[in-house]
Design a protein. Structure first.
Length: 378
């Protein structure tokens, strides 16, 4: 019977977590046994009726009190310091980590790779030796994204982005669970993480992953949604009376009508899309429609990624010229993949010499025209 005491160690965090867990188990067992042994010995020795001299017993002993206070306190501080490092690291991904967007919903996990746009359900394919950042949110109730072999667990909260990261070290198939009770079929909400060699992973990406066509990146999906919702009718390359520009919006400070000053991060942009009246900017009226009930978390994430990309000079559609320049991250899928998938042309790319983004409906030659998001509140 194969029943290992610990799951496989398949990430850079696994060994640290196991060592800390083992140390805590040993210390807990030691002090539990020590207390019960002393309790038993003293209870027997000083039981009622025993012939023990109780005359010389004092009210307290300073050295004994110091002995049972300072060493355990020092030991507890040492354990705290040892625990802090991996705890802080797992929630602060390195700058070069590739992002994977995760949505938990009853009763499945939906995942999308931000670099190549590949989407997966209840499965995740990653290569060994590369860091990956998970941005996690829930579509409905609280879920828990838990991969025991990686020793990572992060709650998926409705209306809130949480992050965690990992770097896989062992190829193979690793269980993915939901660790928070989320309703009737909670026990069925699981899947697998497939850790592959870099060569096998590159082949998997070139084949489009689990899709039968060239996948779109979140930025490209957000671009399509932005155009579909006609957000460019209000959001221009410069601030206007109807709405502010969203060019270089990400991480800028925004002054709200209620006097607060906030930073335009992912959570702010999400709220500006779903309930724009809650983050209305100074000088603007609440004219933007609410998308709380019409866009799901995947669509909101795609719009956020598209808006973030506008600060990097991404090229946008030029209707006057009849051409469309998609966000440049499509180049992550190379020409070989397009041929294998039956694509007749390479994906459009940014025109040479383009120095900025071009708003839908603007003519060539406008140097910094940008469509972005759909909210006066942004």
């Amino acid at each position: 019977m194969n029943f290992p005491l610990f799951p496989d160690q398949a990430s850079t965090f696994a060994k640290q977590v196991d060592e800390i867990g083992l140390a805590l188990t040993v210390l807990t067992a030691f002090f539990t046994i020590l207390v019960f042994v002393l309790l038993t010995v003293l209870a027997i020795r000083y039981r009622r009726g025993s012939k023990v001299n109780r005359v010389t017993s004092g009210s307290h002993n300073t050295w004994v009190e110091i002995a049972w206070t300072l060493p355990p306190m020092g030991l507890a501080l040492m354990m705290f310091i040892w625990n802090v490092k991996p705890f802080a690291e797992v929630f602060n991904p390195p700058p070069d980590a590739e992002e994977i967007f995760v949505i938990g919903k009853r009763w499945m996990w939906h995942l999308q790779h931000s670099v190549n746009g590949i989407r997966e359900n209840n499965e995740l394919h990653v290569p060994m030796g590369r860091p990956f950042k998970l941005t996690i949110i829930s579509q409905d109730v609280i879920h828990g994204f838990y991969v025991p072999d990686f020793r990572i667990k992060r709650d998926a909260m409705p209306g809130q982005y949480n992050t965690v990261w990992f770097q896989a070290t062992k190829p193979g198939k690793h269980h993915l669970f939901c660790s928070e009770y989320c309703g009737t079929n909670h026990s069925e909400m699981g899947g697998w993480v497939y850790v592959m060699t870099p060569g096998d992973y590159n082949t998997w990406v070139k084949s489009g992953g689990v899709t039968a066509q060239i996948p779109k990146t979140p930025e490209q999906s957000g671009f399509d949604l932005f155009t579909q919702l006609a957000c460019g009718n209000c959001h221009k390359n410069q601030d206007s009376l109807r709405a502010p520009t969203l060019l270089n919006l990400y991480h800028r400070q925004r002054n709200l009508q209620n006097g607060r000053m906030v930073v335009a991060d992912d959570s702010y942009i999400r709220k500006a899309i779903r309930t724009p009246e809650e983050v209305l900017l100074q000088g603007y009226s609440p004219t933007m429609p609410t998308y709380k009930d019409s866009l799901d978390e995947q669509q909101i994430h795609d719009l956020i990624m598209y808006i973030k990309s506008l600060g990097n000079g991404a090229a946008l559609p030029d209707k006057a010229a009849g051409a469309v320049a998609q966000p440049s991250s499509q180049s992550a899928i190379d020409a070989d993949a397009r041929i294998k998938l039956g694509a007749s042309k390479p994906a459009p790319s940014t025109p040479a010499g383009a120095s900025g983004a071009v708003l839908p409906g603007t003519k060539p030659g406008n140097s910094a025209a940008v469509p972005v998001g759909g909210s006066n509140s942004r």
